[in-house]
Design a protein around this ligand. Structure first.
Ligand SMILES: C[S@@+](CC[C@H](N)C(=O)[O-])C[C@H]1O[C@@H](n2cnc3c(N)ncnc32)[C@H](O)[C@@H]1O
Length: 311
């Protein structure tokens, strides 16, 4: 496997929908970068906090660099925590732990209890991402690292496969903007937060020392038998399409999005995805795509300045 290809976790069954897209985030090369001197600066026996751990994807990613260390995951979702414990058992490790906790206020965790803290695809769901980053900084000892891994989901869209006209793309972008506005209106987060991380870090009283854009480019080429082709095939099913669009309709309406734009765009995208599916099943679809993640790392100072203060 080339170092820039998606990382093989060795558990393909862990990536059944809805986790299927996650496996494409990290290559061996970028996972090494994350653990190394520029980002988490892991030592073999470090204790790391994973904020909003879900089922522990990040813990499994870091484990090879922590042969005597541990990752404690915190989440409010009991089902995800139970799945995390099960997957840790399946992987034969006791070095991943899962605890119930609100990552804006981990009352049971002492100041400076961890060597480092990380979150991945978590801040985009927060109405107050600054509160989470401040809590990450609180639980990490001075000199330790806080690492944020957050996406800009808009960049991941499929487009340059020749199936979408300029007008259809403009419609899709307008719908996406309104969905984003709807999420914000309801107090949700911002699914393009990757680009906003400098402001979030500043508000939290930290200054990021290192940044990178992490992504693997996934390819789909004839005969369309790659894992990415399988993912697209899943996404192109009518059920997955309907679930995606139905799930966003209330958010769109919340922002006052007009019905004609929604109906026109949904109908066009349905036709486009049906054509993608036909090509995938025929084994002739060609596209490359990516799920870019912005990665920022800051060192926790001895004293964290107040929100928004100058460095
Ligand atoms: C998109 S998932 C990411 C999971 C994991 N970091 C990963 O990369 O697979 C976001 C997670 O953040 C958790 N979460 C969101 N807000 C939280 C809060 N206030 N306290 C604890 N967990 C939270 C959710 O329950 C969910 O499991």
């Amino acid at each position: 496997m080339s170092p820039s290809e998606p990382l093989d976790f060795g558990h393909p069954e862990w990536f059944a929908p809805p986790d299927d897209a996650r496996r494409f985030y990290w290559s061996a090369q970028s996972a090494g970068l994350l653990a190394g001197d520029e980002f988490l600066q892991l030592s073999p026996d470090d204790l790391i906090a994973d904020f909003g751990c879900g089922w522990g994807f990040v813990g499994h990613l870091l484990l090879p660099a922590l042969p005597r260390g541990r990752v404690d995951g915190f989440d409010l979702d009991e089902a995800a925590l139970a799945l995390g414990r099960q997957r840790a058992r399946e992987a034969g490790t006791r070095r991943l732990r899962f605890q119930h906790g609100d990552i804006t206020k981990l009352d049971d965790v002492d100041d400076g209890a961890y060597d480092g803290a990380i979150c991945q695809t978590v801040l985009l769901h927060q109405s107050d991402p600054v509160a989470v980053v401040r809590e990450m900084a609180r639980v990490v000892k001075p000199g330790g690292r806080v690492v944020l891994v957050e996406p800009d989901h808009r960049l991941g869209w499929l487009g340059p496969d020749g199936l979408m006209s300029v007008e259809q793309r403009a419609d899709l972008e307008a719908v996406e903007d309104l969905v984003r506005e709807g999420i914000a209106t309801l107090g949700g987060g911002d699914h393009r937060i990757g680009q906003g991380l400098p402001a979030v870090l500043h508000e939290a009283g930290l200054d990021a020392s290192t940044w990178c854009l992490c992504s693997t480019a996934h390819r789909c080429e004839p005969p369309n038998d790659s894992p990415y082709a399988d993912l697209l095939l899943h996404q192109s099913s009518r059920a997955a399409f309907d679930e995606r669009w139905d799930g966003q309709h209330d958010l769109y309406r919340q922002a006052g999005g007009p019905a004609d734009l929604w109906n026109r765009t949904r109908a066009a995208q349905q036709t486009i995805w049906a054509e993608r599916r036909r090509l995938l099943l025929e084994g002739t679809y060609r596209v490359a795509s990516a799920s870019p993640l912005y990665v920022a790392a800051a060192t926790v100072p001895a004293t964290i300045r107040p929100s928004g203060g100058s460095p």
